[in-house]
Design a protein around this ligand. Structure first.
Ligand code: GTP
Length: 507
């Protein structure tokens, strides 16, 4: 058993492509966690689609044994978080499960929008942060400038930032030492009632649902009966273990440790990220911040060949087994025949599910334009969720509408600032902030999500020639004047929602 003082739990935050997975690979390899011959590049990105596109979709974790220069043995638990905004809630939970972060910034690129969004989550979670300047092997690396930028934009001390090349291995030893000496040890009480955070879960066809937990207090043992606090379900734990990164079964997990349990759980839906796990018959205060994932972007999926409808149903059923945040219901369309209306956390999530159906199940799909969920408030005070403009109730009974809004952060070179402001303005955006980070502007906008799911990324890319970086957070539902007005001025209820946006843009 490792004493609490010798455990370090951390995550890596970075903008896409700044080298998070490569650094994780190097940490795993240099500590001999995985034998060299078993090492495949991007060890932690296990899913095919992740590997192909080089993006991390689900959080993963690995336990690393490290003997530090002071001769003492430490256990380092790395949680690899998904880098994309669609999974912001998962990221926030993984952050709460650890005490520190490595902030990886590409020393040839500097701070980007996603770096900021993720590092603010880490700061929010009270993390100790170790800045790392990566890719110093490249001739374009400019460590001093990027360190200064980290201080200016993020406001953390980067004078001691570690200079690393995750590719060649420079600075990896220093990184391991910094994890041990700069990140705090976890706190927790062995004798208290069991309290663990459910960090992630996924379905395995042999073991059932695998649940990743961080033990806060108490001890979890094989054979225990545990309860998920949000839904009160009780399960018999049949296996406990850690990832190295392949599964290794152990007897128990104590305070501060991160590992998995299996308990013959059949559905991922029963295991909600952020939930609290305790022993059956015990009552503990649930961990704060738990909320079940809610799909916000919807679209219809129809098979190109209508005879493949049943295959599509099978594929969707199987995918939903492993993804509690993905929703679906059957839909018929006069033009497209039988299909499904599906709900996703965001556009990337949509793309990933669609790709998997097409590739893994070999079904060609027609996807309808993505839309968001509106809240329709009726004159009688009740509220309905509107997933499909075709279901818009009769306007005579509608009082007002609310639509989901986001806080978008865009970092862009000065030259393109005007175009970006115009784009946001055209999309019914409200400017919240405008600051400078070196020669780049950082703009923060409040925007309707509906305007972003459509073609915002593509437009942003084209007006800035690919130089802008973009990130967003869902801020919630608000009444927008335009929505209110359009509903009132439009005679045709069915088209009221889809038309208003385009009409407004044309004007
Ligand atoms: P996502 O998983 O997509 O969020 O990206 P990531 O941040 O994990 O980046 P990843 O590790 O996949 O690295 C992105 C690219 O940068 C890959 O092609 C790496 O080979 C390359 N790369 C990473 N670290 C270094 C480095 O130190 N030097 C050089 N030259 N290239 C690097």
């Amino acid at each position: 058993m490792t004493p609490l003082s010798h455990i370090r739990n951390f995550s890596i935050v970075a903008h896409i492509d700044h080298g998070k997975s490569t650094l994780a690979d190097r940490l795993i390899q240099s500590t001999n966690t995985v034998a060299d011959r078993d090492m495949k590049a991007q060890m932690l990105d296990a899913m095919d689609i992740e590997r192909e596109r080089g993006i991390t979709i689900k959080a993963n974790t690995v336990r690393i044994d490290y003997v530090a220069d002071n001769g003492e043995a430490y256990v380092l638990n790395l949680i690899d978080t998904p880098g994309h905004v669609d999974f912001a809630y998962e990221v926030s939970r993984s952050m709460r499960a650890v005490e520190g972060s490595l902030l990886v910034v590409d020393s040839t690129q500097g701070v980007e929008a996603q770096t900021l969004a993720n590092v603010y989550q880490a700061i929010d979670a009270d993390h100790e942060i170790v800045p790392i300047l990566n890719k110093i092997d490249l001739p374009a690396a400019d460590c001093d400038r990027v360190a200064e930028q980290i201080e200016d934009v993020i406001g953390i001390d980067a004078s001691g930032a570690i200079r690393v090349s995750a590719k060649t291995g420079i600075g990896i030893h220093e990184t391991l030492e910094a994890i041990v000496h700069h990140l705090p040890a976890p706190k927790g009480t062995e004798d208290a009632d069991l309290k663990a955070m459910l960090v992630d879960s996924w379905y395995d066809s042999y073991l059932g649902v695998i649940v990743l937990v961080r033990i806060i207090d108490g001890r979890l043992k094989k054979g225990d009966r545990v309860k998920f606090v949000s839904n009160g379900t009780v399960h018999h734990v049949d296996r406990i273990g850690v990832f190295r990164p392949q599964m290794q079964v152990i007897d128990s997990l104590g305070p501060g440790e991160i590992g998995f349990l299996t308990a013959s759980i059949k559905q991922v839906r029963d295991t909600r990220v952020g939930d609290t796990v305790t022993h059956d018959k015990k009552t503990v205060t649930p961990l704060p911040g738990f909320k079940p994932a809610q799909p916000v972007v919807f679209c219809g999926l129809f098979p190109v060949d209508s005879s493949e409808f049943e295959d599509l149903r099978d594929a969707i059923d199987k995918l939903a087994l492993n993804d509690a945040s993905f929703s679906f219901e059957m839909e018929t369309s006069a033009a497209l025949g039988f299909g499904f209306r599906c709900g996703f956390l965001g556009l990337l999530h949509l793309e990933v599910i669609r790709d998997r159906i097409e590739r893994e199940y070999d079904i060609e799909l027609i996807t309808t334009a993505p839309s968001v969920v509106y809240h329709v408030y009726m004159r009688d005070g009740s509220m309905q969720e509107l997933h499909n403009p075709a279901d818009m109730p009769d306007l005579s009974v509608v009082d007002h509408l609310e639509e989901p809004r986001i806080k978008a952060t865009i970092l862009v070179p000065d030259d393109y600032l005007g175009d970006v402001l115009k784009l946001c303005q055209d999309r019914r955006g409200v400017q919240l902030d405008l600051t400078y980070a070196g020669s780049r502007a950082m703009v923060v906008y409040d925007l309707p999500l509906n305007e972003v799911v459509f073609d915002f990324y593509d437009r942003l890319k084209s007006v800035t020639k690919g130089y802008a970086s973009f990130d967003y957070q869902l801020t919630g539902y608000q009444t927008d004047n335009l929505v209110k007005m359009s509903v009132l001025v439009n005679d045709e209820p069915v088209d009221a929602l889809s038309m208003m946006v385009h009409r407004d843009r044309a004007e």
